[in-house]
Ligand binder design. Structure first.
Ligand code: HPA
Length: 236
């Protein structure tokens, strides 16, 4: 096992879906995968491996925020040989035209995180970007399924409760579509280790209109995002 994942080599598939919430991981495994088995429950951060359309797929909770997510993603890549990771999460909308329940495919992720500060030479800033293969596959999957999506840039923040409640207005000005707390570091680790990464997000609330999803809308929005994710990784 690795430090935080109690799986044996071979227990985890090369393709992993990565929700923040471990209960979401359980729900995805039970609702979308066949013969799903739990391979990890260390700290309650459940992970499952099952089969989707004859392909072995895993689904692993990541926790909230980049430090937690990075622990799991590092171990998935370096201890278990994972090659493709798709975050399936939620975000807040930063634009009036991006509504709760909409789906965002995150092309790139700006961030206030310091985690990349030491990666390149001093003063250089890395640009965390989704892998093009997954980006293209997901856009094409959404088209095939006739599910509308926004494709663009997002912001990954280290902070949920900012001192200045208007901080997001600057991100809005730069055209960023939504704010969440993981994608920038997921993309950075993907680049560092040469694996494919992508973040698919359902909009759970709007920082602009203060609208939030009802629990029913949350379910249907989540379901559409999962259909896009599964069609993205389905062998063609
Ligand atoms: N901020 C950060 N992460 C989020 C938000 C938000 O407003 N909404 C959903 N995930």
């Amino acid at each position: 096992m690795s430090v935080h994942i109690a799986a044996k080599p071979g227990d985890i598939a090369e393709t992993v879906l990565l929700p923040g919430d471990p209960l979401r991981a359980k729900f995805i495994a039970e609702s979308f995968l066949q013969d799903a088995e739990c391979y990890n429950n260390v700290r309650g951060m459940m992970g499952f491996t099952g089969v989707y359309k004859d392909q072995k797929i895993s689904v692993q909770g990541s926790g909230m925020g980049m430090p937690s997510m990075a622990i799991y993603v590092n171990e998935l890549i370096t201890s278990y040989g994972v090659k493709k990771i798709i975050r399936v999460g939620s975000c807040g909308s930063l634009q009036e035209y991006v509504h709760p329940r909409d789906i965002i495919i995150a092309m790139s992720a700006s961030t206030d995180s310091a985690m990349n500060a030491t990666r390149l030479q001093p003063g250089a800033v890395f640009a965390p970007t989704a892998s093009y293969a997954l980006l293209e596959a997901s856009v094409s999957a959404a088209r095939t399924l006739d599910i509308p999506v926004h494709v663009g840039s997002i912001f990954s923040s280290d902070t949920f409760y900012h001192d200045d409640p208007d901080t997001w207005k600057l991100w809005q000005k730069y055209g960023l579509l939504g704010v969440e707390m993981e994608a920038a570091q997921l993309y950075s680790l993907g680049a560092k280790h040469g694996i494919d990464t992508l973040a698919l997000l359902t909009v759970s609330d709007s920082l602009v209109t203060h609208k939030e999803l009802s629990s029913e809308e949350r379910q249907t929005g989540f379901h559409d995002m999962m259909r896009v994710a599964l069609e993205t990784i389905r062998p063609k």
